[in-house]
Design a binder for this molecule. Structure first.
Ligand code: NAD
Length: 434
C-alpha cells in the first residue's frame, strides 16, 4: 500500500522506515530541506540504533522516498500520516501550529478521498479542529476522514518498538478509515505480534496523554519514595525491587534519579494538565507529579552544593547530556538544567556524551566537552552522572580516581552500589540511598 508521512523526525522517519520494511511504499515529507537533502545522500538526520541500515535497505528496494513537497505526498498516497512536532506552546498547552499547517496544505492539494492520520501526540478533540481546517481549505468536492493513531515508540529502541508493538491504537469514525489502517498494520502485527485496537478518535487521542502521564507519575512516585527512603534510612533500589515484583505494579519506570526529561513526558504531562483544566477538571495528581519532577533536579543540585561547599571555580565533569542512553535527543534533558545552573555559579563545567554533544552545543556552544570520560574528569572536583550510557556503567574507577582532584561522584541515575563505590575510595551520593 502507498503511504505518505509528513514530518521526518524521530517518529516520522522511524515509522516510514518500518512501514516500508513491512512492504509498503512510503513517501516521507519534511519542510526542512536540509533533512531531506541528507536523506537523499544516505545520511541520517537523527541518531537511532539500526535506523541507517533500515533506511538504506528500503531506499535501495525502491520502497522509501523523500521529498519536501506536501503536494507530492498528497498525490502519492491515499493515507497521510501527520508526524510533525507538537512542542509546548505558550502556557504549556501543545502548540498545534504545525499540525494545522499540514492539514491546510493537504486539503489544498487533495483531489480525491484521503485519510489524514494524527500520529503526532495531540490533545483530545484535535480531530475536530483538523476536520474543520480541511473543510475550510478543501478545493475539490471530495470525501475525507481524520483518524488518530498515537505513537508509543521510545527513542533508543524505536525500531523494535515500532516493529513489535504491544498494541496499535487507532481511533476512527468510519469503517473505511479503520480498514485502511488495519491493512497498513497487518504485516507488522502478523510478524511482531501485538493487538490492534479500534476505538473512537477522542479515546485514541486521550490514550496517548493518559499513558505518558501514567508513566511520568510512576517516576515521580518512586522519586518521592526515594526522598522518604533517605529520611528513613532505607534504600530505594531495594524498595523498588520489592514493589516491582508485584505483577500489579511491575518493575519498569521505578528507577529513582534526577527526574524524567525528553521530548515527550514533560510536554505531554503539561498538555494533559492544560487539557483537563480546559475541560473543567483540576488534575491535581498530575500537577504534583510535575512539582516532584521539578524539585528532583534541585534536590540533586543541593547534594552537589553540600559536597563542594563553594561551587565557584570547582571543576565539575558531567557524564551524559542526552536525556537517556542510545539517543542524541537533548530536549528537556536534565543536562539543560544542570549545565547553565552550574555555569551561573561559576563552576568550571566539562561534559562528555558519545552522541548528544553536537545537539547540546547548538544550545550551549560555550560548553567545553571532552571526547573521553577520563579526559572530562581530569582535575575534576566532582563527577555528576546524568545519563546511564554503557561507557559510564563500565567505568574504570581506579583510572577515574587517578585523574580527579577529589574523588567525588554524584550519581543522578543510581547506576552503582554505594558500598562498592565507597570501598574504592570515592565519596558517592545517589538518590534515595544515602
Ligand atoms: N520522539 C518520541 O520519542 C515520540 C514518541 C511518541 C510520540 N511522539 C510525538 O510525535 C510527534 C513528532 O515527534 P518527533 O520527536 O518525531 O519530532 P521531531 O521534531 O523529531 O520531528 C518533527 C518533524 O516535523 C517537521 N515539520 C514541522 N512542520 C512541518 C510541516 N509543516 N511540513 C513538513 N514537515 C514539518 C520538522 O522539520 C521535523 O523534522 C510529536 O507530537 C511527539 O510528541 C514522539
Amino acid at each position: 500500500m502507498k503511504i505518505s508521512i509528513v514530518g521526518t523526525g524521530y517518529v516520522g522517519l522511524v515509522t516510514g522506515a518500518c512501514f516500508s520494511d513491512a512492504g509498503h511504499e512510503v513517501m516521507c515529507i519534511d519542510n526542512d530541506p536540509k533533512k531531506i537533502e541528507m536523506l537523499h545522500r544516505g545520511e541520517m538526520p537523527i541518531y537511532e540504533p539500526g535506523l541507517e541500515e533500515l533506511v538504506e535497505r528500503n531506499v535501495k528496494a525502491g520502497r522509501l522516498h523523500f521529498t519536501t513537497s506536501i503536494k507530492e505526498g498528497t498525490e502519492f498516497a491515499e493515507v497521510i500520516f501527520i508526524a510533525v512536532g507538537t512542542p509546548p506552546g505558550v502556557g504549556g498547552e501543545a502548540n498545534m501550529t504545525y499540525v494545522e499547517q499540514v492539514g491546510r496544505e493537504v486539503a489544498e492539494n487533495m483531489t480525491s478521498y484521503r485519510l489524514l492520520v494524527e500520529k503526532s501526540t495531540v490533545p483530545a478533540k484535535t480531530s475536530e479542529h483538523l476536520k474543520r481546517t480541511v473543510l475550510k481549505y478543501l478545493q475539490a468536492d471530495t470525501d475525507f476522514d481524520v483518524a488518530s493513531n498515537p505513537e508509543f515508540l521510545r527513542e533508543g529502541s524505536a525500531i523494535s518498538d515500532a516493529t513489535r508493538p504491544d498494541r496499535v491504537v487507532v481511533g476512527v469514525e468510519s469503517q473505511r478509515a479503520g480498514d485502511l489502517l488495519e491493512e497498513i498494520y497487518r504485516p507488522i502485527l502478523e510478524k511482531g505480534g501485538g493487538k490492534f485496537l479500534r476505538m473512537s478518535v477522542t479515546s485514541a487521542e486521550l490514550t496517548k496523554h493518559a499513558s505518558n502521564s501514567f508513566l511520568a507519575m510512576k517516576i515521580s512516585y518512586i522519586n518521592a519514595v526515594a526522598r522518604i527512603c533517605e529520611l528513613a534510612g532505607a534504600d530505594v533500589e531495594q524498595v523498588a525491587e520489592g514493589m516491582g515484583l508485584d505483577v500489579r505494579i511491575g518493575p519498569l519506570f521505578l528507577r529513582a534519579g534526577v527526574g524524567y526529561g525528553g521530548s515527550c513526558f514533560p510536554k505531554d504531562v503539561d498538555a494533559f494538565v492544560r487539557l483537563s483544566d480546559f475541560l473543567g477538571y483540576d488534575f491535581k495528581l498530575l500537577k504534583e507529579v510535575q512539582r516532584i519532577n521539578q524539585t528532583q533536579r534541585d534536590y540533586v543540585m543541593k547534594k552537589i552544593k553540600q559536597e563542594l561547599w563553594v561551587v565557584q571555580d570547582k571543576k565539575i565533569a558531567i557524564f551524559g547530556l542526552a536525556f537517556k542512553p542510545q539517543t542524541d535527543d537533548i530536549r528537556e534533558a536534565p543536562s539543560l538544567y544542570f549545565v547553565p545552573k552550574l555555569q551561573e555559579m561559576q563552576a568550571k563545567v566539562c561534559a562528555w556524551d558519545p552522541i548528544a554533544e553536537e545537539n547540546f552545543k547548538k544550545v550551549h556552544p560555550e560548553l567545553e566537552c571532552a571526547k573521553d570520560l577520563y579526559e572530562c574528569a581530569r582535575d575534576a572536583d566532582l563527577v555528576l552522572i546524568l545519563t546511564e550510557w554503557d561507557e559510564v556503567k563500565n567505568l574504570d574507577f581506579n583510572k577515574l580516581k587517578e585523574v580527579m582532584t577529589t574523588p567525588v561522584i554524584v550519581d543522578g541515575r543510581n547506576i552503582f552500589k554505594p558500598a562498592e563505590v565507597r570501598a574504592l575510595g570515592f565519596t558517592y551520593h545517589s538518590v534515595g540511598r544515602d
